[in-house]
Write a protein that binds this ligand. Structure first.
Ligand code: PLP
Length: 388
């Protein structure tokens, strides 16, 4: 008999697995399902990046094991991108780790820094993968509520002395999944001061860094003075370049954290396929018009969705960034009940807020992951249920 380790019995099931299964049941029954549930970009990778992989695949250099912490040219490419986009200077050798998708590094940082008894500060609602690393490390979490009346920013003054003395790591994530809020530079400046004062490492998840609306260019945590002394930022190719399936991401900033992440990665992965590293470097280095087009596309979709929502009387705060909309649930429903009703009666998949933490209750998350006409169709179907 197989007796799993304690850490595996405590690891929760992946939240989206159940959502995908329910949606697939409806599709199998022949229904026209509009899937706005999982955060999976619906557009293909730009052709010039695909061509860079095709060329690189022919290069025997990439057929061997790659260098342990990845190719220098890719670390240089991301460092140049940060200089150009955010005015941030990074040393490619010591301040960049190449990750197998941002997700691996978000999970590994907890294992690098936390022992049982230590505390990690996590946003609630928040991206569920932050919890998995903390669970695997046998550490505990203190949740930082994100409330609409505070712009969905955490309030550090609400943490208790016991949480603050045990905390060694914290996650922040703007543009935010799931609330679609953006953060100003002053928030990151406060975060650096707070982290310095309490000896906490900051993990800033910048997965939606390319997607800000109404002329808001998302601010990087690394733009705050002293950020590299206290933490790292996670940057991923998944959303900015529609490369979610390619699994390339980075951690950037604090040298000691980068050293630990690289050490962990050396044991697990010996880095990514070199051809993918070459294509990712091409994406970061060449013309960036695809990124502008992508941002404009999500903004058009956001406008179409919120226009339609207003039309049926569903009042919500318009998304400031990311490719999500965070909508309050009408009275009389839990988020899971509403999500079930929308799936069964409108054939629209949304993510129930409770999946992102207790403070996510009272909301559902919709992805801007279909063309405008499809988003409008989804809202029209919901409108027919007469909930508003
Ligand atoms: N962080 C957030 C907030 C996300 O929403 C996602 C993907 O959905 C990730 C990180 C993971 O990105 P990657 O594809 O690089 O693993």
């Amino acid at each position: 008999t197989v007796r799993p380790a304690q850490r595996m019995t405590e690891l929760p099931a992946q939240f989206f697995a159940a959502l995908v299964r329910k949606a697939n049941e409806q599709i199998a029954l022949g229904h026209d399902v509009i899937n706005l549930g999982q955060g999976n970009p619906d557009q293909p990778t730009p052709p010039r990046i695909v061509r860079a992989l095709q060329e690189a695949a022919e290069n025997p250099l990439y057929h061997k094991y790659p260098p342990f912490s990845g190719f220098a040219f890719l670390k240089e490419a991301i460092a140049r991108r940060y200089k150009l986009d955010y005015g941030v200077t990074l040393d490619p050798e010591t301040e960049v780790a190449i990750l197998f998708g941002g997700k691996t590094g978000l999970v590994e940082i907890s294992q690098c820094l936390l022992d049982p008894g230590d505390v990690c500060l996590v946003p609630d609602p928040g991206y569920p993968d932050y919890w998995s690393g903390v669970s695997l490390a046998g550490a505990s979490m203190a949740f930082m509520p994100l409330r609409e009346d505070n712009g969905f920013l955490p309030d550090y003054t609400r943490l208790t002395p016991s949480e603050l003395t045990r905390a060694k790591l914290m996650f922040v994530n703007y543009p935010n999944n799931p609330t679609a809020a953006a953060a100003p530079l002053s928030f990151y400046e406060d975060t650096v001061r707070f982290a310095e004062k309490h000896g906490i490492v900051v993990a800033s998840d910048f997965a939606y860094g390319a997607i800000g609306f109404d002329g808001r260019k998302p601010v990087s945590f690394l733009q705050a003075a002293g950020a590299k002394d206290v933490g790292v930022e996670y940057y991923t190719m998944s959303k900015t370049y529609n490369m979610a399936g390619w699994r390339v991401g980075f951690a950037l900033g604090n040298r000691e954290v980068i050293r630990l992440l690289n050490l962990m990665q050396d044991h697990y992965y010996c880095s990514l396929f070199g051809g993918i590293q070459a294509a990712a470097a091409a994406a970061l280095t060449g013309p960036q018009d695809s990124v502008d087009t992508l941002r404009a596309m999500y903004e058009r979709r956001r406008n179409a969705l919120f226009g339609a929502l207003t039309g049926i009387g569903w009042q919500a705060k318009p998304s400031e960034g990311s490719f999500f909309a965070w909508l309050p649930v009408p009275k009389g429903y839990t988020s899971a009940e509403l999500a079930d009703r929308l799936l069964l009666e409108a054939k629209v998949v949304v993510a129930p807020g409770i999946g992102f933490g207790d403070n996510g209750e009272g909301y559902v998350r919709l992805g801007l992951l279909a063309p405008e006409a499809r988003l409008e169709e989804a809202v029209a179907r919901i409108g027919k249920l007469g909930l508003f």
